[in-house]
Design a protein around this ligand. Structure first.
Ligand code: URA
Length: 212
């Protein structure tokens, strides 16, 4: 598995404000949206393209278009929804599938409560949106779900990641032969005893949408 921490001053600037406990929900939503667009630029570096020729006002010009089938973007509900617009801004022709997963706070295990995705993902490049790669349980289950439906490769976009989560995914998918990438704005120090990323930014879903 490949993991990439996007090293860019704008990414670092926006992430710092996201972390700040004084940042209110409207600002948090806007910055998360902007940050995802910057991550999406790196995350789509290997998106499949096909050669085309277009006619300029002067002459034919060789270029590329995104290949078919279209990439599939998969936000993990609920917090991943806060990343969807930022991703679709760069990939407007992508399709969107939804995966509802919740972490049992006592066992930290991921449970699937909703799925709205094509049955057959053969040949599809998938982009999973999950703001916090903490234990890796939720993201690992989501990636496995996509591979079980035939996905060709999976790239996860995360606002923040913890080393424990990356190690978990590494171990879970080692030897699977499937290409997996994690693209994140920051790799933090560790998880605390409740499975939260430290220093992190708190509960991403709550900060986006309020405490429910
Ligand atoms: N989920 C969050 O929202 N925050 C964390 O720090 C870990 C998991």
């Amino acid at each position: 598995m490949e993991s990439l921490v996007v090293d860019h001053p704008l990414v670092a600037h926006k992430l710092t404000t996201l972390r700040d406990v004084r940042t209110d929900s409207p600002t948090f939503r806007r910055l998360a949206d902007e940050l995802v667009t910057l991550l999406a630029y790196e995350a789509t570096r290997d998106v499949r393209i096909t050669d085309v020729t277009v006619q300029t006002p002067l002459a034919p010009a060789h270029g590329v278009r995104l290949a078919r089938p279209a990439p599939l973007v998969v936000p993990i509900l609920r917090a991943g929804l806060g990343m969807l617009d930022g991703m679709m801004r760069l990939l407007p022709t992508a399709e969107v599938g939804f995966l509802g997963m919740i972490r049992d706070e006592s066992t930290l295990q991921a449970q699937t409560y909703a799925t709205r995705l094509p049955e057959d993902l053969s040949g599809r490049q998938c982009y999973v949106l999950d703001p916090m790669l903490a234990t890796g349980g939720t993201l690992g289950a989501a990636i496995q779900f996509l591979f079980d439906r035939g996905a060709e490769d999976v790239t996860a976009l995360c606002l923040l990641a913890a080393p424990e989560g990356v190690a978990y995914l590494d171990e879970m998918f080692q030897g699977s032969g499937k290409p997996i990438r994690v693209v994140t704005a920051g790799m933090d120090e560790r998880l605390n005893e409740n499975g939260y990323i430290v220093p992190g930014l708190g509960d991403a879903g709550d900060r986006l949408y309020g405490v429910v």
